[in-house]
Each structure stands twice: as C-alpha cells, then as structure tokens.
Design a protein around this ligand. Sequence first.
Ligand code: 1PR
Length: 545
Amino acid sequence: MPTVHLLDYVAGNVRSLVNAIEKCGYEVEWIRSPEEVANAEKLILPGVGHFGHCLSQLAGANYLPAIRAHISSGKPFMGICVGLQALFRSSSEDPDVEGLGLIPFTLDKFSDSDKAVPHIGWNNALSTKMSHLYDVSPSSKYYYVHSYKFPYEKDKLEGLGWNVVTGTYGEETFVGAVAKDNILATQFHPEKSGAAGLRMIKSFLTGEGMESLGKPLKGEAASTGLQGLTRRVIACLDVRTNDQGDLVVTKGDQYDVREKSDDRGVRNLGKPIEMAERYYLQGADEVAFLNITSFRDCPLADLPMLEILRSTSRTVFVPLTIGGGIRDTVDTDGTKVSALEIATMYFKSGADKVSIGSDAVIAAEDYYAEGKKLFGNTAIEQISKAYGNQAVVVSVDPKRVYVPKTDATRHNVIPTKFPGPNGEGLCWYACTIKGGRETRDMDVVELVQAVEAMGAGEILLNCIDKDGTNSGFDLELITQVKSSTSIPVIASSGAGNPGHFEEVFDKTTTDAALGAGMFHRGEYTVQQVKDYLAKEGLVVRQFER
Ligand code: 1PR
C-alpha cells in the first residue's frame, strides 16, 4: 500500500483522518521525531486546538525547521485546520507565538456580534478564480470548525501566487483553503466532509491535485449551489444495554425508555453502528451517540462505546459526538481516571467531540458558589484546553418549572404561550443531572453562561418535557438559551416531522437541529428533512456519493 506520513506532535483526534486516508487506499506512517520528517514523501500536518498550543508544541520539539525543509524541497505537503493556520505569520489567538510565516499575514477571530462563534458546520469552498484546487467543488459543502480565520481580501493571497477558495459566515468571507506549488492547506476538515472531502484527500495523495492546480474549472465542475453555512441536521442515538445485555439504540418519552407494556423492557430500536451508517447515507450532517446509562461494570478500556466509535468512524465521514459518563471517575480496579483521559480514549477511537451532561451542572454550581471562579481542573476546562473548545459539547437536560409571578423565584423567567396547570403564564427551565432523575437549583441561562466561560464550544439543548413527544421543538427554551450565549446551540427534543425542523430554523436562531425518534421509527429519513428544508429555500448539504 502506498504511504503518507502524518505528524504526531500533539494529542489529537486524528483517528478520522487516518480512516479517511485508509479509505483512499493509502497507509499512514507516523512521524514521531523531527529527524523522521526527511523520510516523508507526502507529509500531512493535522491541527487541533489552539494556534499557540500547536505551534509551541511544534517549535518545542524542533519540528519547524524539518517542516520548512520538507516544503522547500518541493515534496507534497498538506495542512489541515490549525495545520493551515500554521502557514501564516501569526494569529491574534496567541499573538506572541510565531507561525511558519510562509504566508506573511495574521489570522483574526470571527466577530460574534451577529453570529455564534466558533463557526461550526458545513460551508462552501468557492474558488476565487474558478480554477482547480485539489478537486474542491464549488457546489459541494465542507465541514468547518474554528473561531479564527484569515479574512478574504481580493487578490491579497492570489497576488502572492496562492490559489484560494473561500466560505462566507454571516457578513465575513474567509479563506477556506489555499494551495501553491507543492503546498495544500485547508481550514475545513476534508476527513469529516463526506465524499467531497475524501475526493480532495485522494487528489492530494495521488498527486493529481498538484498537477491540475490552477487550471480553469469548466462546465458542470464550475456550477455553484446556494452559498453560506448550511442548516445542520443531526441524528442522535441514545445507546444503552437492554435487559438481555445487548447494546441497543433506544428512545424514551420524556426520558422514560421502557416499553409501556407489562414487561417494561428497554425499547430496542436497532443496532448503533448500522443505524449511524444509515443516517450518514441519508445525509446526516453529524451523528451523536449518547451513552445514557453507565457501562461501568467493565474496565474503562473495554467500554463497548469505544468499539462502536471505532467501527462507525471507518465508514461514517461526518463528525461524531459521544456523550455519557465523561467525568473524573474510578476504574473497576480502583485506579483514578480523569475526564480528560476518558475523552482521550474516545477521541482516539474516532470521536470528534465529547458531550458532557451531569458533570457540567456540578461544575457550574461550584463556579457560582465561588463567585464565578474558574478552577482550571474541571472536565470542560481540561478537555477544551487539550483539544480545543470546539471538541467540547455540553448536553443540557432541562425541565420546565411554572411560576405565577417573576419574583416567585430567583431564576431567569420567561413568559410562555403555554400556561401551566394553574394557568401560570411564566416559567423557567431547571437543569437536571443523571438523565433527568435529579433536578438542581440552577437554570439553563446560568448553566450555559458558566460552561461557556469554562470553554465549552457548543450546547446540545434537550428538553425533557418535549423529548419523544413528536410535537415540535421548545421554541421558547431555544430562544432563551440562544439569547444567553454566543456559542452554537443544537436544538433537540420533540422533532416529529420535517416541518418541525423548518419551524425551529425559521422561528429561532438555532445553529443546528437534532432528531431521534422520528428517524429511528422510520417515520421520516434525514434526506426527507433536508429535501423539505431545501424546498423552503434553506441552505442544506445533500449527501454526495
Ligand atoms: O450526564 O454526562 O453522563 O450524560 C448522559 C447523557 O445521556 C446526557 O447527554 C443526557 O442527555 C443523556 N440521557 C440520559 N438519560 C437519557 C434518557 O433518555 N433516559 N437521553 C438521556 C437524552 C435526549 C436526546 C434525544 C432528544 C431527541 N436523550 O438525546 O435524542 O430528546 O429525541 P426526539 O427527537 O425523539 O424527541 P452524562
């Protein structure tokens, strides 16, 4: 098998990249010291986390001269995400740290005045000169996740000989990928961009991309679709062992996953790996697995969820999120294991993001108890520091609490169109832990603000009252949360038909919407949701073969 070399300089969730390369028929060889860089014919620099963290790791281990030498020798080089940013002189993310300086400019941060930051989701990569750049297609969508970018200015990079593709987020047009001579670098993640991303990786590996670079795009290849960030549709699989000991996808009604029949068995809707693949092929933009009960009767290293991730990530080339049980814990042999170590196991098995539920609520309580103090050692802080904010999702399980008047509680109250049992016109949302079993004295606004301060990159906003009801999302809850945080929010719970997705995108500013039961029961496919949204004029990504 032909090989490609990958630089292993920092703990990262690079499993997806390895899977994508293998899918293209190549084998990965790891470079573990600067001396080994000279062995590489084709070199890939994956990038995770912060610009400063990435560049100081590379500089500290003395990799920078070796990378420069590889590039100036004319051998193929590819940088991904922070691997693209590394080509620049610097970034406002860490102004004192120097990049490789091959592009003599500085990156800056997206403005959050009109949109959520980080920029997460599927966006364009549109050639500024309508020319070939490693099989990037102007009509395809690519998966981005970043807060820092290089703002596009006409001819600034092109004047230095770079071929450029761009995306647009809100009012900002930014650089999506650049290529020149033997260098290719993408801000998006081709390994998470479905067939479009795999095509790009392949054209780098075969060398075809380098040959055709800069030639004009003609005919079909030059046609563009609707531009901008797409409406993200996520399929979520709640996973647990049933009473027979099998790992199954289940789905509750207001978090009760047991059948209504006399035996009260755990509802079994199918097998996790098969279902994840099915949703990928239907066009799901992400797949989330939530381990809704603890599998802690086995050692951590044997967690069944790890195998699910390994298998899924070999065939599903969109982001995978895993949640459940991510907190400091004690293994079956008595060893203490940190949340970061658990997250690392998941990342190494193919997860792109981890989702934290109960532990986030407890951490937020401590944060307020100490006058908004950041301790630095919470699961959110540790994982986001090592893997970047975008890798940490906080899953919120709120319950509606009705009150007769605003001063009946210290919590953040909103007026509601759906009065309570005693005609109350006001409510607040209480956070729960342990899958809704325990309600805490904390509201959703407090929680999302605390976890944003700790470094969470996204909120997965469930709603216990709406879960499994097929009655549509809780628009009031979503509106309240969206107005309280600047990180992206995924609306969840209540989706029963494609119209509910259209409604939540139309009536709130949610960044993504998630469905579970309606997909699992086969009532609708993800594709039908996408088709409906497209018909209503919303920008969506369609599955590409
Ligand atoms: O607390 O960090 O161990 O994480 C546990 C995770 O498991 C949390 O993310 C929590 O939301 C989830 N969880 C725990 N118990 C349940 C349960 O259902 N009994 N599931 C549960 C949460 C909610 C959504 C569901 C949507 C959409 N499930 O994931 O997919 O409500 O459903 P719908 O479209 O069918 O309405 P920790």
